[in-house]
Structures are given as structure tokens and as C-alpha cells.
Unconditional design. Sequence first.
Length: 538
Amino acid sequence: MKNINSVKVLKLLSLCALIICLFGCKNELKKVEISSDNKRPNILYIMSDDHASNAISAYGSRLKDIAPTPNIDRIAKEGILMENVFCTNAICTPSRAVIMTGKYSQNNGVKTLDDDFDKEQENVAKILQKSGYQTAMIGKWHLHTEPTGFDYYNVLPGQGKYNNPLLKEIGKPWKHHKKGGVKHKGYVTDVITDQTIKWLDGRDKEKPFFVMSHHKAPHGLWEYAERHAELFKDDHIPEPESLWDDKNHGPLKGAKYGSSISDRYATRNMLDQVTKGKWPTGNLDPAGMTHKELVSATYQKYLKDYLRTAAAIDENVGRILDYLDENGLTENTIIIYTSDQGQFLGEHDYFDKRWMYEESLRMPFVMRYPKEIKPNQRNSDMTLNVDFAPTFLDYAGVKTVPKDMQGKSFRENLKGNTSKNWRTSMYYRYWMHMAHHYNPAHYGIRTENYKLIFFYGLPLDATNKSSKDKFHKIPTEPYWELYDLKKDPNEMNNVYDNPEYLEIVKKLKEDLLKLKEETGDTDEKYPELIEVRENYWN
Ligand code: CA
């Protein structure tokens, strides 16, 4: 009798444990099921910060001849270049959270630079680790909370320094995300590569590896390595036509927004930095210049500094490629080079990112995996940073992908087997209303042919603690922009008010609302946004 009771109690306890687990750990993956293939590929994910595809020669921009990137290009030549990889929120910390979780900002909780990443949630490194991968994160982390899912990490505190950077290594108390670490002599891009190679050398060679090697460069303020001080010295960097944009790309209301090279923000921010000697070469003397000369000179200085920091990245990508070759790892390693989002290099007269325009929306993405991807491939499927995590899991043979991961694996697309149901539109949202670079909050839809953006102009969920001025608290007047990407790929002509596009606008607005809902972003919790929509939607 006693025994029967014990069995009943045990069964009851097991049931309770199961229920607690089902409800309490709904995002936890209890068991990772993997495919039977025992030769799972290594994944080496190199990501820089703010590297525009226009600054990578394989993408063929105006800068391709003057500032070639032969090593990043080599990945594309021996593998695939993806033309339309977009981020869902073009700003550093949020894009990184999307990449780790496979979830949009509204679902992973990191909408702005100030939001802390909830490290309890599932992430791609945790799943790969549970599935038997050896995992490491080296370089710029920028997600505030301690990295989880990694057997090893050594990361920059906050933004990190360009010269003699500090690195925070696993095993010590995390404390404040912007503080702590041990000084490493040298230039940051070299140091991060040294650390990546050191970890690769010391790894358990019986297991496949997943390593994230994240560079700080070419993020501002562009401090280049001393060896690149003379690079481009006597060159004239070609200007984009839209440097001389009259801001016709948006309504006149839009002209006062964004960090422009020619306008007051640039003059205030960039030239102040130069004259205060905060930039490494404070040799731009604005005295006696016409406005046009000043714009050109500012552009030259910005581009040269930026491209010098990017040159060090390319060299270091070369070091990693050599390492793979020398250690017999090339065949079975997926190597990726990308950036957390794009960057304006004077297009539309802007620097920085954040806008939904192509230059910041587009992430460079090249990848090599000789076992599965033929050389010299190009792919133009619409792919998002939310897809990275499910794609890595797919390559790793992980069959149990968490249900709340919103992206889709694009492994088949890279083999030339794009499914008929692959997405043809994407949803974008930028929350940090008027913070730092004066971009009003907006959301929008991009299809193959069009881009419709609603600048709702409200500081919703935009904590922006790090913004020094108060603009981010003040709503801006809402407005719309529409670009016909086939006729106007550079987005120079806002056709929102053109009656020829009336039906297209109507359809895009319907699709935008559908996508918003599908991705888990609803306006209903913001009465002020509903009011703005009532007044400005039609
Ligand atoms: Ca960034």
C-alpha cells in the first residue's frame, strides 16, 4: 500500500515538474535534436560595426577602385554575395539583439541603444552550445548584459577603444557593461583578430565551433591604425551625386532632420571635433572656405578616416582566411562577413545610419561554405538579420528551433532553391525618436519595387537616456515618403503625393499594417499613435 502511494506521489511530482516546465520555461529549449550528420560545419561569423556595402568593393560602388577590400571580396568570390540583406532596425545594439535571438526588436525587448538585453531569453549561441558546439564571442558585444551561451568570451566594454583597448574576459564579475577589462596593447581590429585566432588555436578540436568575432571599426569616431595614416593621402574620394541633395528625397519637413555633412549638425559635430583635435588628424581648416568647399573638405576627411579603419578590417579578414587555409579548416567552415547595419557615406548628404533608406537598411553579407555553396554566386532574395539565427541552426543540423524565433533559414536560397513562398516585403521600425542624430521615429515597408515610410514622429518606447539634448522628447509633425525603387534606386524623389501612385500607396498601407501585426508590433497600446494615425494615415 505504502509503495503504491509512493508511486502515485512520484507520478504527481513528475506531472507537476512537467507543467512547471511547460509554463515556466516556455522559451527554453529543453532538448536539442540534431541531424545524424556527424561532420557538422564550423561557423565563423565576422561582424563589423557600421560597415556600408558601398565601402566593400565586391558590391561595386563608386569607391570600389579607390578603396578595394580584396579579402572580404575573396569570401564573395569563393562563395556568395547577398545583395538584399536588410536589418529591421538600423542601429547597433538593437540589430545585435535581433541577430542573437532571431526575433524582431519588439519581441526581443531591445528597441533602442538604452535597452538591456534580457540574457535569460533563448539565443543562437545557447542553442548551438546545447547541441554540442563550442562557442565563443570576441570583440564588440554592446548588449549591456553579460554574454550567455558562450564557452568563452572576451569583449569590449561599451563601445570600446580604438587603441590599446580593454577587454572583459569570461570568469570575472560582469558589473557595469561600459566598465572593466584588461588592457591589450595595439589597434583594436588587430587585437580582436589576435584573440579570435588565439581561441581557435586553443579550442577542443573534436567539436565543431561557433565563433562570433565582432569588430568595433568602422564605427565613429574613425581612429585609424597608424600604418594607414598615409592611405588615400593624395587621393580624391569620389563624391556621391546625392551629396548635393537638395533634400528633395523627402518633403521639406524632412530637410531639418538627420546628420548631414553640409548642414548645421555636421558643422557643429564634425568640425568641432576637428578643431578640438578630437579627430586623429585635425588638419581641416575651415577658415576662408566657401560653403561648397567646406562640404567637400568635410566629406573627404570623413571618407578617408572611415575607409582607413575599414582597410584594417579587410587586412584582418585576410588573416582569418589564411588561418583557415593553414589549418585545414576551409572546407568545413562557414565563414561570414557582415555588419550590424549599413552607414551613409555622404549619400543624401548624411553620415550615421538609423534611416530606413537603402544605405543604412542594407547590411553587407558575404559567405563561403565550399561544401555547399558554389563560387562566385550572387543572391538577391530579401533576407533579414532576423533570419541569421535560424540559418545557423539549420547548418548546424539543429532541428528543434524555438517557436518564437521569427526569422527563416535561407540555407536553401543559397543553393539556388528559393521557395516560392519566400518573403517579398519586409517591415522596418526605428524607435529612437530624434536621439543623437535627429531622425524622427518611423516605420515602413520595403517591397522589391517600393518603399513606403511613415514618420510618425513620437518618442514611443524611446528611453534615449544617452541622448544629451531634449529633442527626443518633442513630437515632430508626421509625414510620409514613397520611393519607386525601380525608377529611382537612390531614393531621390519622394512620390508620395504623386496621384499616379494612389493605388500603390493604398495597397502598401494595407500590407504595412499586416506585416506590423505579423511581426508582433501593434499600435494599440499607444493612444497617441492611434490619434496620429487617424489624422495622418489617409
Ligand atoms: Ca552599428
